[in-house]
Design a binder for this molecule. Structure first.
Ligand SMILES: [Zn+2]
Length: 131
């Protein structure tokens, strides 16, 4: 997942807007999120106005292979961290065949190398299950 992916699939790429609609996430939800299980596919930093706040907030976003997005921002004076959550897509992954990989220039699936493509947004997820 790259900035190109965000742009190609119509997600917001402006530095001054969130990538998708985001909502507050509790610390408990964050503690149980993908953040501690998977490496993010992409990260970026944005600055925009959160509802109810007069000043712009700096938010660090983490994008995960399941289409979820987690944002974090801080209140320096209060010494607190806050969390946001959003979704780029509710992926519907379909396995990529070797023929499809060749035709579309995708990674070629093999014994322990699984390649899937979302039927909704086109995101390609490849994972080596032998790792
Ligand atoms: Zn998708």
């Amino acid at each position: 997942m790259t900035t190109d992916y965000l742009e190609v699939h119509g997600f917001e790429t402006s530095y001054n807007k969130p990538p998708v609609d985001v909502t507050p996430m509790t610390e408990e939800s964050f503690a149980r999120s993908f953040f501690f299980i998977y490496a993010p596919e992409h990260t970026d930093h944005r600055q925009f106005g959160l509802s109810g706040k007069e000043v712009w907030t700096s938010v660090r976003f983490y994008y995960f292979h399941d289409g979820s997005v987690i944002g974090m921002y801080n209140d320096y004076r209060a010494g607190k961290v806050f969390y946001l959550h959003g979704r780029l897509c509710d992926h519907d992954f379909v396995p990529v065949t070797p023929e499809q990989a060749r035709e579309e220039g995708l990674p070629r699936p093999a014994h322990c190398f699984h390649v899937s493509k979302c039927s909704k947004c086109g995101y390609v997820y490849a994972v080596d299950s032998s790792d």
